[in-house]
Write a protein that binds this ligand. Structure first.
Ligand code: PEP
Length: 274
């Protein structure tokens, strides 16, 4: 199994139009050409995917989508399928983003189908999980994240789970300017490894790529990315500025601790409870 390496993903959300996207795409390509130890994925809106794939051709920068339908084809007006994405040289897909769960009422069952469909077509799912502020205030954050992960990965073999990127994005930190403290983020990332150990095995847990999202900027990236269980970032607003995004990727290159850290000294919580 491949050891994990840092990953930074830019989620453009519903921003930019095809005719003005080349400025940002060219800016990203030029700056990121110098980066070799961090995997980078750029996720523009669907209509910019062909231009993004062309701009990043023959570079190490991958292109991802922000959503997809789980079916291959058929009467699903307005939807985009995994094989359509593959045909555009897309390699990653963000699934279960909180904006999709909230505004488009995506259910746990639908997200599970999307994860399975993405894996079937060789796309890397970037599975977003995270609690709301109300859930954290009640102390339910771990239970919420556990439920989201267990249901999204239901029926997925350990081999395939190891290909899923998990993005911990506390809903209260997305687009709000409120970043989780490095301690809050590290605690949840460590908990996510425990959950993966419980549903798969130690090797999957240890090698899983778990990234943090929620108001990540150049100014706060270093302290987050220096945490032993944080493998990178899912960056929204700050990914629309090539220089700022490049700074975040550079932080990942400098600060990454990764699997060298002694994470599993005591094993996951579930084991001590048995
Ligand atoms: C996101 O879109 O996943 C995100 C984390 O957004 P922002 O960085 O703007 O909070």
């Amino acid at each position: 199994m491949e050891l994990r390496r840092p990953l930074v993903v830019g989620n453009w959300k519903m921003n930019r139009v095809p005719s003005d996207a080349s400025v940002l795409l060219d800016g990203l390509r030029e700056r990121l050409a110098k980066v070799s130890n961090v995997s980078v994925v750029v996720c523009p809106p669907f209509v910019i995917l062909p231009a993004a794939a062309a701009a990043m051709d023959k570079t190490s920068i991958a292109v991802g989508a922000q959503n997809m339908h789980h079916e291959t084809n058929g009467a699903f007006t307005g939807e985009i399928s995994p094989n359509m994405l593959r045909d555009l040289y897309v390699t990653h897909v963000i699934l279960g983003h909180s904006e999709r769960r909230t505004h488009f009422h995506e259910t746990l069952g639908e997200i599970n189908k999307k994860v399975q469909a993405a894996l079937k077509y060789g796309l890397t799912p970037i599975l977003c999980v995270g609690e709301t502020w109300a859930e954290r205030e009640k102390g339910n954050q771990e239970e919420v994240v556990r439920r989201q992960i267990v249901s999204a990965l239901k029926g997925v073999s350990s081999d395939l789970v190891s290909q899923v990127v998990i993005a911990y994005e506390p809903v209260w930190a997305i687009g709000t300017g409120k970043t989780a403290t490095p301690e809050i983020a590290q605690d949840m990332h460590s908990e996510i490894r425990s959950i993966l150990w419980e549903i798969c095995d130690e090797s999957v847990a240890r090698n899983a790529c778990i990234i943090y999202g929620g108001s990540v900027k150049a100014a706060n990236a270093a302290e987050l990315l220096a945490q032993p269980d944080i493998d990178g970032g899912l960056v929204g607003g700050a990914s629309l500025d090539a220089e700022e995004f490049f700074e975040i990727v550079s932080c990942a290159e400098r600060e990454y601790v990764g699997p060298a850290a002694p994470i599993f000294g005591e094993g996951p919580d579930f084991q001590s409870q048995q």
